[in-house]
Design a protein around this ligand. Structure first.
Ligand SMILES: [Zn+2]
Length: 275
């Protein structure tokens, strides 16, 4: 699943090629891709110019000059490509936006879990999906004062709490494992047992992890490719995710993989001891 750094990489890839372009034609081939009325989506998007491409956590925000924004969630396998070659369109191409320079912005999604929704730009913070998102790393709201109460009111394990996008947003399964390894906290530690210092370290490590991952262009753990067809190379810097059975880069103890809250979880049993 693309995580926040991958979505940020897609955003940066798209912005150069799509910002300022007018969308002259819209074709939706898979109706369920659109949350809301499909005909209205096509009507409002056709003829609009893309003024900017933003992001909130894992949502891409394609801002239009008519006061509307396309909220795009890639979910498991969604991806964008830009091409004027008709062979770039295949049975997995569910939305095709023709641009005024003849290029097509093609949304592909093998598993069809991704969604797009048109929303009033001034009212984005009231959109149901966006409204519930907690603060995200590298944003001004990502502070100790904001995060501490959100984290310690849970008795659940910290892994599950950090994955909960309403607590903090942007970190998925890969980066939560990496952050907890970095700060030496066992993924099954109860969130309400964390000290102020632990929370401060989680905040710093989350910022650092996201900064590095964005710089590296995201992780290509599965099939992620950015809008320009480049693969991310953050997977080369991962320390524990997918590394079960290999030595911990810090202490050389074998990394273990367990299930926490139903999610595959990687950790070092020596560096990360439960409190
Ligand atoms: Zn270790």
């Amino acid at each position: 699943m693309p995580e926040m750094p991958e979505v940020e990489t897609v955003r940066r890839g798209l912005i150069d090629q799509v910002k300022g372009r007018k969308i002259t034609h819209v074709e939706i081939r898979y109706q369920n891709l659109i949350t809301g009325d499909v005909d209205q989506f096509v009507e409002f998007v056709t003829g609009a110019t893309v003024t900017d491409i933003g992001r909130r956590a894992k949502f891409l925000l394609i801002h239009l000059d008519n006061g509307y924004t396309i909220i795009s969630h890639l979910r498991m396998e969604g991806r964008y490509k830009i091409s004027n070659d008709p062979s770039a369109i295949d049975k997995h191409s569910h939305a095709i936006f023709t641009l005024d320079n003849g290029e097509k912005l093609i949304y592909n999604d093998v598993r069809k879990f991704g969604r797009m929704q048109l929303w009033n730009t001034d009212d984005l913070s009231n959109n149901k999906s966006i409204q519930k998102l907690g603060p995200e790393p590298l944003s001004k709201d990502f502070t100790f004062e904001n995060l501490k109460p959100r984290i310690i009111r849970h008795r659940k394990d910290i892994k599950t709490v950090l994955l909960d996008q309403s607590v903090m947003s942007g970190l998925g399964n890969i980066y939560v494992d990496e952050v907890l390894w970095k700060v030496k906290i066992h993924p099954e530690t109860s969130a309400n047992h964390l000290t102020d210092k632990d929370i401060q370290k989680i905040i710093e490590a989350s910022n650092e992890e996201m900064r590095q991952a964005i710089q590296a262009g995201g992780s290509t753990v599965r099939s992620y490719i950015d809008a320009n067809g480049h693969k991310g190379n953050m997977q080369n810097s991962l320390k524990v995710y997918g590394k079960e059975g290999t030595p911990c880069p810090r202490c050389e103890t074998e990394i273990e993989k367990i299930k926490v809250g139903g999610r595959g979880t990687h950790f070092c049993p020596k560096c990360q001891v439960i409190k």
